[in-house]
Design a protein around this ligand. Structure first.
Ligand code: NAD
Length: 370
């Protein structure tokens, strides 16, 4: 079996603390399951700025391009608030997304049964929730030109952003959504605003055409993005996969994320186009949360989002479906057993720190491995 090449970019704040727990899991899997992970490490964010004066060095960028998958921790913090805009910590993540052409952002919203009470919604609304938001990540209004503030010369100014999508951009993101739906409950809901936006009319048209071209076995529906926001908090379990553009996806994925409780629980994946020769997609996996400077260094960070990001990595980059499912089941078991980090703590549960939570998940994984 060819080595599975992973680049670890722990970053700043709680990033390295959470990544340490994933490193333990990788090393156990290599020793006991011949998983064949070959890991390399690099610097990103403030850590890279301190070492190289850049938010990611060219050498580490090359490693990212050569890896089968990148595991990313988190970047940023008050130490770098005053560095130049081009080299701010977040610029490292943006460069990774841009150079690796990661156009598909996958944000699952899964409610572990043991945490159903910690959502702001009623337990019956979110218990057993398992939906996936597929957000277009490299186009749309965040990147479209013109993008400027112009002086109208009459004491007024005008701010302009441009929502723009080409056919191929909508085709490839909807294909990702349809492909993923086939591995789940086979339903895709596409969200846009065709009632008021030309780009919405076009989005709906291209998604419909893509569906007709080889994906008719998948159930497709369309919903206006504002109605989608309402439905997400009313009855989220009606959805399986939601596909939407960069702007609506930014908002809808955060809404969906918060259905399930803490930031410390939420993984994500960003995928590029399949390579013409190997068929493998470039991929980066990261927790949704940031570097949490308020708790960094205290050993209190919840490592589950990072561990669940690694589970996504096994599923989407290495087709290690059983191992990914087992790691997710291990997370669920530890929560069932009553272990909680501070961010998800509730009455009657046992509060633990980062390393204890990471070890408990690995122990549960081991106990499920025959
Ligand atoms: P944050 O996600 O770092 O923290 C928000 C709150 O959630 C904090 O109270 C934090 O303690 C808590 N929290 C987050 N993750 C947690 C975890 N795993 N376990 C326990 N508690 C957790 O967001 P912020 O405070 O707005 O930003 C802090 C820094 O992170 C900023 O520099 C910001 O730019 C950066 N940031 C980076 C990323 C990224 O690397 N992808 C994403 C968001 C924010």
């Amino acid at each position: 079996m060819a080595a599975r090449k992973l680049l670890l970019l722990p970053g700043d704040g709680i990033g390295p603390e959470a990544m340490a727990e994933v490193r333990h899991i990788i090393s156990w899997m290599n020793d006991h399951e011949a998983a064949g992970f070959e890991t390399d490490e690099g610097l990103v964010g403030g850590a890279a700025y301190d070492a190289h004066g850049q938010s990611i060095s060219d050498a580490d960028m090359e490693k990212a391009m050569a890896a089968d998958a990148v595991l990313f921790g988190a970047v940023g913090g008050p130490d770098w608030d005053s560095v130049a805009y081009e080299v701010r910590p977040e610029a490292g993540l943006l460069r990774l997304r841009k150079d690796m052409e990661l156009f598909a952002n996958l944000r699952p919203a899964i409610c572990y049964p043991a945490l159903a009470d910690s959502s702001s919604l009623k337990p019956e609304v979110i218990e057993g929730l398992d939906i996936l938001i597929v957000r277009e990540l490299t186009g749309g209004v965040y990147f479209g030109e013109p993008k400027e503030i112009i002086d109208l010369g009459n004491g007024q100014k005008r701010g302009i952003d441009t929502q723009v999508y080409d056919t191929y951009e909508i085709e490839r993101i909807s294909a990702v959504a349809f492909d993923l739906a086939r591995t789940r409950n086979n339903k895709v809901c596409s969200m846009e605003k065709h009632n008021v936006m030309k780009s919405g009319v076009f989005w709906k048209e291209v998604v419909t055409d893509t569906h007709k071209n080889g994906y008719e076995d998948v159930e497709l529906s369309h919903m206006l993005a504002d109605a989608g926001g309402m439905q997400l908090v009313r009855w989220p379990k009606q959805f399986d996969v939601i596909v939407t553009d960069n702007l609506f996806g930014d908002m809808l994925s955060d809404v969906a994320a918060m259905l399930t409780g803490s930031l410390g629980m939420l993984p994500s994946a960003s995928l590029g186009a399949p390579d013409a020769v190997s068929g493998k997609r470039k991929a980066l996996y990261e927790p949704v949360h940031g570097s949490a400077p308020d708790i960094a260094g205290t050993g209190a960070a919840n490592p589950i989002a990072m561990i669940a990001s690694f589970a996504m990595c096994m599923r989407y980059s290495f087709e290690m479906i059983d191992e990914a499912a087992r790691l997710e089941a291990a997370i669920a078991k530890v929560l069932d057993d009553g272990l909680r980090t501070g961010d998800i703590m509730s009455d009657g549960m046992k509060q633990v720190g980062t390393t204890e939570m990471g070890k408990a998940v690995l122990d549960a994984y081991k106990s499920m491995t025959s």
